[in-house]
Design a protein around this ligand. Structure first.
Ligand code: PFF
Length: 453
């Protein structure tokens, strides 16, 4: 393993991790959750969870990854010997591959909508006609499946180039571009007539709207958005050099992710208010509502709306790609290091496996819509099984391993770089308390609340 690749420095580490974190969760999920959960009050609670739970869990995963310096299955196997370790390790490899199969279906939608935006299909057609675009598109057979496969092919294409020339180079270019794109769209959105109400909504917490469900949603999003519990942080951190301060990369990634989600809120919600639409429209907010908004605005400002539509779907596409790259890398690291496959062969195997499973999710909006599992279609099942079961199990496993199984010496050495990071030494007892008690209890409370509610 002498030739194992490493990220080239702190900026590269944070950008790659931020690339994983910033994804559909920020642009597609965060704004509608804010819309459904009382605006800024949700954001305040969300920030609390990020500080108390996400950052410590992120650190726990980073510590497992860097201390082992190997893929996630082998890393967990070192902490838990025998069969249990093998199964836990495989679970952590399986989760991101399961996720990427349907995540790339949504990635495919953004690809198709980008093409539609470039062909001015949203801005030269009446709003009433644009309204049905999404429903008609996802229930068709070939185009969504094809877009999903193209999206997946781009993902494995990037990963095939390796950690430094593929993932690092792609994140270094795309994350800054993404921030510029979302800032430009937010600028457009807040300048629309009638946007004031949306801005007020994002900046003035209304705690009277807060319910237990708000807390459950905020905690779920804190997990999802930072890509916790699915082996990604373990895998990426195994490429981090021993000199990096893991606390700095955890905080840097969390702050970038939060900032991006908040700006995405400003890109979407003021436009939604300006168009007189209810903000809590749910998951359809981005693909259903926004094309309608672009079309409605096109009457007064055709050029600006057309540009905004293109930039918007380009941003979603790039954000989805940086995350899907990280999801696939977990499987590639496992197949190359533990199964001896070449990087190219591993990419090919995963393309076919995830392509096939994802196609079933895609078809569940059309010809396979009759297949119902727990009351939902295949796509909904794949998503809720991942978010509610796999991520939570993975997260709990990591905090228990770091808080209760890993030798305290290793934990301290990783957190403080063998005692050389002065500030981290003072913060260590707080981290240790959070990871040993607060994080497992927090995760179990989330599980209990989501079962009981
Ligand atoms: N953190 C990324 C996002 O917010 O989109 C990636 C991701 C997280 C993908 C969780 C899928 C998932 F279930």
């Amino acid at each position: 393993m002498a030739s194992r690749e490493k990220f080239g420095g702190r900026a590269a580490v944070i950008l790659a991790l931020a690339g994983s974190a910033i994804g559909l969760g920020n642009i597609w999920r965060f704004p509608y959750l804010v819309g459904m959960n009382g605006g800024a009050a949700f954001i305040v609670i969300y920030i609390g969870f990020v500080l108390l739970l996400s950052i410590p869990i992120f650190l726990a995963e980073s510590i497992i990854g860097r201390s082992s310096g190997t893929n996630c299955r082998a890393a967990i196997g070192r902490l838990v010997p025998g069969r249990a370790g093998r199964w836990f390790g495989l679970l952590m490899v399986f989760t991101p591959l399961w996720i990427v199969s349907y995540y790339s279906v949504v990635g495919g939608w953004s690809l198709d909508f980008l093409v539609k935006a470039c062909k001015l299909e949203f801005t030269t057609v009446a709003p009433e006609l644009v309204k049905g675009t999404f429903g008609t598109f996802i229930s068709s057979i070939w185009t969504p499946v094809l877009c999903h496969l193209v999206f997946l092919a781009i993902t494995v294409g990037i990963v095939a180039f390796g950690v430094k020339s593929g993932i690092e180079r792609f994140s270094k270019v795309s994350i800054p571009i993404l921030f510029v794109l979302i800032l430009v769209i937010a600028g457009y959105s807040v300048s629309l007539p009638g946007a004031g109400e949306g801005i007020y909504y994002l900046t003035h917490p209304d705690f009277s709207k807060v319910t237990v469900q708000t807390f459950v949603n905020a905690l779920g999003q804190a997990f999802y958005s930072l890509s916790l519990g699915m082996g990604i942080i373990i895998t990426y951190s195994s490429y981090v050099s021993k000199d990096e301060n893991l606390l700095v990369s955890a905080v840097g990634t969390s702050v970038s992710d939060l900032l991006f989600a908040y700006i995405a809120g400003f890109a979407i919600l003021p436009a939604v208010f300006a168009a007189g639409i209810a903000p809590g429209t749910g998951p359809g907010l981005v693909f259903d509502t926004l094309p309608y908004i672009f079309s409605s605005m096109a009457g007064q400002m055709p050029v600006a709306s057309a540009i905004a539509a293109i930039l918007f779907f380009a941003a979603i596409l790039v954000a989805a790609l940086t995350s899907s790259v990280s999801l696939i890398e977990v499987g590639v690291a496992y197949l190359t290091e533990s199964k001896g496959l070449s990087r190219a062969a591993a990419c090919l195997v995963l393309f076919f496996a995830c392509g096939l499973v994802g196609a079933l999710s895609s078809l569940s909006f059309g010809p396979l819509s009759g297949i119902r599992i727990f009351g939902g279609g295949l796509f909904d099942f794949a998503d809720s099984f991942a978010s509610n079961v796999l991520l939570v199990m993975g997260g709990l496993l990591c905090v228990v391993l770091v808080g209760w199984v890993m030798p305290l010496r290793t934990l301290f050495a990783e957190f403080t770089n063998r005692g050389t990071l002065g500030k981290n030494i003072r913060l260590f007892p707080i981290f240790y308390f959070l990871i040993r008690y607060v994080a497992p209890i927090g995760i179990l409370a989330l599980v209990a609340a989501s079962i009981l509610l």
